[in-house]
Write a protein that binds this ligand. Structure first.
Ligand code: SF4
Length: 504
């Protein structure tokens, strides 16, 4: 039996049928489909062994598991459906999450638009209100939470107390977690909140390697980002590139546990091995050859639009990578990219280096050309926009709308997200009170229209091809139908409001 168990809720401990983008549905409420079916689409239950250990688990949790195993603790990552028997013996439970309370975009947008709580927050609440956890708590179980959404607990103090969370760890936890768990096991007092700053972030040689399979074979290749966008916390972390040996060791772990496809994780995959914002073609090629020698299918977590443009313009690097990736096993790959704004003025204020090595004045052209390069090379981006930034003017939003018009020919999904200043968290239901103006609605409508118009093409010809995916394809097309219906509703709402304003 295990003294320490790591776990999370069902929307995190899942492989989304091997289609990472389906995880996006977990950020919304079930609409037009019963919730159990919705959960089946976006968060099918994870396979486990006879002890309830998850076959695949979120990568960050695997890192923590690895550090604790190396320190000699009896630890395992347990599927949430198999927790009960372990809680009779475990003394410490660690929980990681990307969005505990659905406060991050796009969960908060879905909540705001539909006025319904997203399934990720509901699923996490069900986990925390599991009677076995309450019972174990009464017997002295210590609960430590962390992960990218750790900050959310600062705005949910009532739940922090009600659910008996002992410690929240905010930041890269590898160097602090052993001490915390040792204290918990020894019955010593735990700090309520631990913030891990840059100086405590692990150096490259201190980053542990995973020992068991990560969700969808994700492997990290770089931590940190050199671009310094004002709204982003990733940029506060030092930049560290894994060596190819480290990457190969993690690939071997995933392959040995049965995975044949995976995601290369970095804030900017094309900057792997670089010292700044110019790609290092040799390193990028070596990385892809290595990963493709282990995985049949690969995708990228994130890439910057500027790196895509400069990589192709200067080195034909995107085309060369396509020759490595695309073969008899795959003919496209996906990636998340950040457009954020179509306004040069706003780009200069909030993300002056996002377009580097090109000047910020060229940002809209960088976006458009990067989209064209991705389209030609069968890369399907899921792009984000940020609305409601404090510095934003109506003219900035108009510029974003104009850019969206220019992006119409390029196969992609575009998701608008609302920036919420920390001060706004002071009210508990801030997400339902975001001031959405008409110009924002216009942009949201364009995004919905763009995404809905490409979604069926992407679902049928790329992501969910073949008879095996027929039920999922059918259900997702239903969802796309809902999105289109919603877009029309929003359009009617705008027209009605404008008509009533005009008659006053
Ligand atoms: S480019 Fe992306 S990861 Fe890097 S600082 Fe900007 S928003 Fe953050």
């Amino acid at each position: 039996m295990f003294d320490v168990v790591l776990t999370t809720d069902r929307t995190m401990m899942t492989d989304h049928h091997g289609k990472e983008f389906l995880g996006f549905m977990a950020t919304g409420p079930a609409v037009g489909i019963p919730e159990p079916l919705w959960l089946w689409i976006c968060a099918p239950k994870m396979k486990t062994d006879e002890l309830g250990r998850a076959w695949q688990a979120p990568y960050g949790m695997r890192k923590i598991e690895s550090v604790l195993m190396d320190a000699g603790f009896k630890v395992a990552t347990i599927d949430p459906s198999k927790l009960d028997k372990h809680l009779k013996h475990a003394k410490v439970m660690l929980i990681g999450h990307h969005d505990f309370f659905a406060l991050c975009p796009p969960s908060s947008e879905w909540w705001s638009i539909t006025k319904k709580e997203p399934v990720n927050a509901k699923s996490f609440r069900r986990l925390m209100e599991n009677p076995s956890i309450r019972e174990a708590k009464r017997k002295g179980l210590k609960i430590i939470v962390g992960g990218p959404a750790a900050w959310q607990w600062l705005w949910k103090l009532d739940k922090w107390v009600e659910w008996g969370v002992d410690t929240v760890v905010d930041g890269e936890a590898e160097k602090v977690i052993v001490d915390l768990v040792a204290k918990a096991l020894n019955g010593e007092d735990l700090p309520r909140y631990v913030y891990v700053g840059i100086e405590e972030a692990p150096k490259l040689e201190e980053i542990p390697l995973i020992k068991h399979a990560s969700v969808n074979g994700l492997i990290e290749v770089t931590r940190g980002c050199p671009r310094n966008c004002k709204f982003c916390s990733v940029t506060l972390r030092p930049l560290r590139h894994y060596t190819l040996d480290m990457i190969e060791a993690e690939l071997k772990v995933n392959v040995s546990e049965g995975l044949r496809r995976g995601i290369i994780h970095s804030e900017d995959v094309l900057l792997y091995g670089s010292r700044g914002v110019e790609p290092n073609p040799e390193a990028v090629i070596k990385l892809h050859k290595l990963v493709k020698s282990y995985y049949e299918r690969i995708s990228w977590s994130h890439a910057s639009l500027a790196a895509i443009k400069v990589a192709e313009e200067k080195y034909k690097l995107v085309s060369k990578v396509r020759e490595i990736i695309c073969d008899e096993h795959q003919d496209f790959w996906g990636v998340e990219v950040g457009i954020e704004t179509g306004s040069v003025e706003l780009a200069k204020k909030i993300m002056p280096a996002k377009s580097a090595p090109y000047p910020a004045e060229k940002w809209p052209e960088v976006v458009e050309e990067a989209f064209a390069i991705m389209h030609e090379n069968h890369i399907i981006p899921a792009a984000t926009l940020i609305l409601g930034l404090p510095e934003e003017t109506e003219d900035d939003v108009v510029k974003t709308a104009e850019l969206l018009d220019r992006l119409k020919p390029y196969r992609s999904l575009i998701v608008p997200m609302f920036f919420v200043p920390m001060g706004s968290f002071k009210t508990k239901d801030w997400f339902t009170r975001v001031k959405i103006r008409d110009d924002h609605i216009e942009v949201m409508k364009k995004c919905l229209g763009h995404t809905a118009s490409w979604a069926n093409d992407i679902i049928s010809k790329f992501y969910l091809k073949g008879p095996g995916y027929a039920p999922l394809r059918w259900l997702l097309k239903l969802f796309v139908g809902y999105v289109k219906w919603k877009a029309k509703k929003v359009e009617k709402k705008i027209a009605k409001r404008r008509a009533s304003q005009g008659s006053q």
